[in-house]
Write a protein that binds this ligand. Structure first.
Ligand SMILES: Nc1nc2c(ncn2[C@@H]2O[C@H](COP(=O)(O)OP(=O)(O)OP(=O)(O)O)[C@@H](O)[C@H]2O)c(=O)[nH]1
Ligand SMILES: [Mg+2]
Length: 264
């Protein structure tokens, strides 16, 4: 308790310096795994991997492991990710959830950071995701694209003003949580969290299954504003089909106590 108060004081005194201090106190023993699912992301996956500030994290005393889960891509995703410095794991079973479940099983870090391979998420802000876990006692950090800087065209108006707010509201009401952007794919958490939650969804529902599990198991969450950038390569998401899948998942889970998964 005393230690926590001292650390909080140091942190409040000088945020930037204290992050370095905290990481150097604990970081020598810490590893961060960045897990990235990728399906046909040639042309952007390499840049995404290269945007991870490995050197910067190393200077702070953190070792970084980068895992790209290639979801049986038919292009040069795997080769490009390898050339950029990632460890590439092949997951033959297609699906966003399948890719993540595989990658999370392989990750050996104390802290896991996750995000898309399409250049939309600011991996260069990785330290903002790690800091609340290191110094503020949070277990899970969730990006919030709505309060951060969103590049023009990064999110279609249908998603920004209708789909995301509606699905977020629905999840908050049904599962008693208080998040602002439940579909944000950039997240970070302590590895221990994986032992407290149960992730099974093979497809896109994985994104909300994780958030619901976090809410139901009272995991301590902090939201951080993040930039959101225009996607490189082709979108894999189909607005109406995937939106409907999420509604179905929530309704089935809440009212019929059963798992609903569409095909991947
Ligand atoms: N949709 C989808 N994505 C997959 C799959 N396997 C891996 N991925 C990766 O999961 C990440 C999320 O998929 P996106 O298509 O970017 O979905 P999204 O971010 O919700 O939608 P966008 O706004 O279009 O980027 C990307 O890095 C994909 O390459 C899969 O089977 N389906
Ligand atoms: Mg994306």
């Amino acid at each position: 308790m005393v230690l926590k108060e001292i650390l909080t004081f140091i942190y409040n005194y000088n945020k930037c310096r204290s992050i370095i201090l905290l990481i150097s106190l604990f970081g020598a023993f810490m590893k961060v795994s960045i897990v990235i699912p990728a399906l046909n992301e040639e042309g952007i996956v390499g840049k995404t991997v290269q945007s991870i500030p490995v050197q910067n994290l190393r200077e702070l005393g953190l070792e970084t492991e980068i895992i790209v889960v290639d979801n049986a891509s038919t292009d040069n995703t795997a080769q490009e990710a390898t050339a950029a410095g990632a460890t590439v794991i092949l997951e033959e079973k297609r699906g966003y959830g399948n890719a993540y479940i595989r990658g999370l099983n392989e990750a050996s870090g104390d802290i896991i950071v996750m995000g898309d391979a399409d250049g939309t998420y600011p991996f260069d802000q990785t330290h903002d995701f790690i800091q609340p876990i290191l110094s503020e006692d949070y277990e899970f950090v969730m990006g919030n694209r709505l309060t951060g800087q969103m590049d023009k065209g990064a999110m279609p108006p249908l998603h920004k003003y209708v789909g995301n707010p509606m699905l977020t509201k629905m999840l908050n009401v049904l599962f008693d949580s208080d998040l602002s952007d439940t579909h944000c794919g950039m997240r970070a958490f302590k590895k221990d969290v994986l032992g407290k939650i149960n992730l099974k969804s093979p497809g896109m529902e994985f994104a909300i299954e994780m958030v619901i599990e976090i809410a139901e198991n009272n995991i301590k969450v902090k939201e951080v504003p993040i930039e959101y950038r225009v996607r490189g390569g082709e979108a894999k998401l189909s607005s109406f089909k995937d939106g409907w899948r999420h509604v179905n998942y929530m309704v089935n889970r809440k009212f019929f106590k059963r798992e609903y998964y569409a095909s991947k």
